[in-house]
Design a protein around this ligand. Structure first.
Ligand SMILES: Cc1cc2nc3c(=O)[nH]c(=O)nc-3n(C[C@H](O)[C@H](O)[C@H](O)COP(=O)(O)OP(=O)(O)OC[C@H]3O[C@@H](n4cnc5c(N)ncnc54)[C@H](O)[C@@H]3O)c2cc1C
Length: 301
């Protein structure tokens, strides 16, 4: 069955990788293989592949840059579709409105905003995901989030039809959106920004990036903050106060630099990471009565 999809996707012009090592496609850099990884070369190609998958009753897993994912060591018995740089057009609709395709990196989106003297996306500079992943997660940092700028999105729904959601029905909440529940495929988004001085925008972007470099263990594989912020607390502080900074399971470690990050310190398996996450959840709960919920999405067999 997956062979048929691989053949069809190749005919559409997609890049197809069979038995794809997901450690190459996720920022945690661990985990098993996916039966087939497909990288469509256009929205039209994506749509054709989705229609074909639907006709075979196969539900593919959509990924962007894999920067919020942990794939289990047994991998993914199925089709993974990566929305990448071939679906990444960014354009101005008017003086302050940007339309961006899902596979564009947040970095290129932020640079486009800067070039056009548009402010509002500075918070996202340094988040290593795609626009699609950022909409799905309502990514945010330093007091900003996608919710502040999003006006509307287009998607392919589960029947393979194109549709649109607007700000009112995007249900943007802390690290979630309507897409978290419906699993549609985000194709593009429209964002409203504000005209501002280029120098000020650049300064704000550089400041955010520097703060990341100073505080985050960027030299190791990770998915950023492993846990969501529990109401009234900070996950990193709870973990540190529980004496877990540097806590290690196999090759996985609670970062010594930032306790909110679980890192791939030394060739970790995903099982190491998952066991460490469970230990942290248990110990923090025993010490503080707070159950930490993972922000990273754990997927696979
Ligand atoms: C070092 C580091 C720092 C980070 N800092 C932050 C931060 O400050 N703030 C923050 O919010 N996050 C942060 N993250 C996490 C991550 O970068 C964000 O969640 C990002 O938005 C994920 O985008 P992605 O393209 O990598 O999505 P992926 O990890 O590939 O996917 C994430 C989820 O989105 C879904 N998805 C992706 N693309 C689409 C699409 N086109 N259509 C439908 N569903 C889709 C996937 O199915 C999956 O469920 C950080 C990660 C790292 C490694």
């Amino acid at each position: 069955m997956y062979n048929e999809i691989a053949l069809f996707a190749e005919k559409c012009g997609a890049t197809v990788i069979k038995d794809a090592p997901m450690k190459k496609y996720t920022s945690f850099r661990c985990g098993g293989n996916a039966s087939v990884l497909v990288i469509p070369n256009s929205v039209d190609c994506l749509k054709q592949i989705i229609d074909f998958c639907n006709s075979k009753s196969i539900k593919p897993l959509i990924i962007g840059n894999g920067s919020n994912l942990l794939v289990t060591d047994n991998g993914i018995n199925g089709v993974v579709i990566k929305i990448g740089s071939d679906i990444s057009k960014i354009e101005l609709l008017d003086e302050t409105t940007i339309r961006c395709e899902a596979g564009a990196s947040l970095k290129s989106l932020c640079m486009f905003a800067l070039e056009n003297s548009l402010s509002g996306l500075e918070f996202a500079y340094g988040i290593p995901g795609t626009l699609g992943g950022a909409v799905y997660m309502n990514a945010g940092a330093y007091g900003g989030e996608m919710k502040d700028v999003l006006i509307s999105t287009t998607h392919i729904d589960s029947n393979g039809d194109f549709g649109e959601l607007t700000q009112e029905n995007l249900n943007l909440i802390y690290r979630g959106s309507a897409y978290t529940d419906n699993d549609y495929i985000i194709v593009s988004a429209v964002m409203k920004l504000k005209k501002a001085d280029k120098k000020d925008i650049k300064e704000a972007m550089d400041d955010k990036l520097q703060r990341r470099k100073d505080k985050q263990p960027l030299e190791y594989g990770s998915a950023g903050s492993t846990f969501k912020r529990p109401t009234g607390y900070f996950a990193g502080a709870l973990i540190e106060q529980s004496g877990l900074k540097g806590y290690t399971v196999g090759g996985a470690q609670v970062s010594e630099k930032h306790a909110g990050f679980v890192i791939n310190k030394n060739n970790a398996t995903s099982t190491d990471v998952i066991n460490l996450i469970r230990d942290v959840q248990r110990i923090v709960y025993e010490k503080h009565g707070v159950m930490l919920e993972t922000e990273v999405k754990i997927i696979g067999e």
